[in-house]
Design a protein around this ligand. Sequence first.
Ligand SMILES: [Zn+2]
Length: 443
Amino acid sequence: MRATLDHVGIAVKDLAAALAFYRDALGLEIDAPEEVSSQRVRAHFVPVGESKLELLEATAPDSAIAKYVEKRGPGLHHITLRVEDLHAALAQLKARGTRLIDEQPRPGAEGALVAFIHPSSAHGVLVELKQWAVGGRRSSGGGGQPATSPRPPDPSVTRDARVQRFSVGDMELTSLCDGFFRLDGGSMFGVVPKPLWSKKAPADDRNRITLAMRPLIIRGMRTMIIDAGLGDKDNREFHEIYGVDRTRNLDHTLAEAGLSAEDIDIVLASHLHFDNAGGFTVRDGAGRIRPRFPRAQYVVRRGEWDDALQTHERNRASYLADNYAPLADAGVLQLVDDDQTIMPGVKVRRTGGHTMHHQIVVIESGGKTAAFVAGMMPTPAHAPDAWIMGCDLYPMDTLGAKKQFVKEAMAKDILVFFEHDPAVAAGYIREQDGKRRVVPAVS
Ligand SMILES: [Zn+2]
């Protein structure tokens, strides 16, 4: 879990005396007071660099702050830590036996979500956890966005970076998250006009939409990961262009899934674009690039491998050799030529379209089927036939592969994993009155 100090709450008995110290003696500026009538308290925020102090003044004798001051005198009341994903933070704390005052997030000021941890679990300090609201004002708490994120999250987009587990027969499928990034909305939807796609995927001020990276873990005979997100080798300019936010990334979600890089036996590539294969390698302390999963064999389609090493003007920006070339040097590369079984129950199937040798992964066990559809259908918004990425090299091949797959997915009730949706990790494709939609699956 990564946390940023949002503010320190101080219970105040005599506001005039408190202002005489914080404002006059220290010379700090005090924001206009905010009344929280439900708590019968008035909050005076004092910006101090990245964080704030919050002077809490009771407005009624039965307010919690009044009782606190009466019992313990004025002083430190709570600290507030801002987290990216409050649900995940609470789950992690619960799993470690932490005593929580709020088991579930509840609405706080400015539409933020908050939850309190009991002081008995926090060494005598009342700790509030806070997650910024989708679309909420971010002035409170100072600092704007977290320092690791170049821009604030797109306010109108729901983002979900949770680890989600599903069972398919005897196989355990775990959807991870390597964070979020942004791509041009037009390039993501091809011939679909913006008035239509922007309803499903709102664009930011640079016409970019928010996407996630969701590698999939399959635990069967062996432990496999399909794709590995963006990784962390890229520079600041790259992060700025693509609005990268990896505040919560594959390291976190892999650990939450109870795995380390050493546990992975097979790394399987849908294709080798930077948002799929970036996490295949890491730069070590000496600056050398090496395979990120030290024990794994990396399985790549031969045609995709060849294309990634011999790029042309149209696909060059998507292929960064540092992500995959070192795999061959390290002797961990395994090239496959045809559609075949990679481990029992797990098959690759070439679709072409997005790239000439792009492949999806079909998982079958105990009469159930799941599929990791990668660039063929990166989000549920891409379920309708014509919603095909403009950046696909062979869009008519995408169309053919998608039509065939959708038919099969509905007939067999396939659990479909969407690699790039910011909110939906997996779902089922349904059609009603000629309209195709995705029903999100609950893990
Ligand atoms: Zn791609």
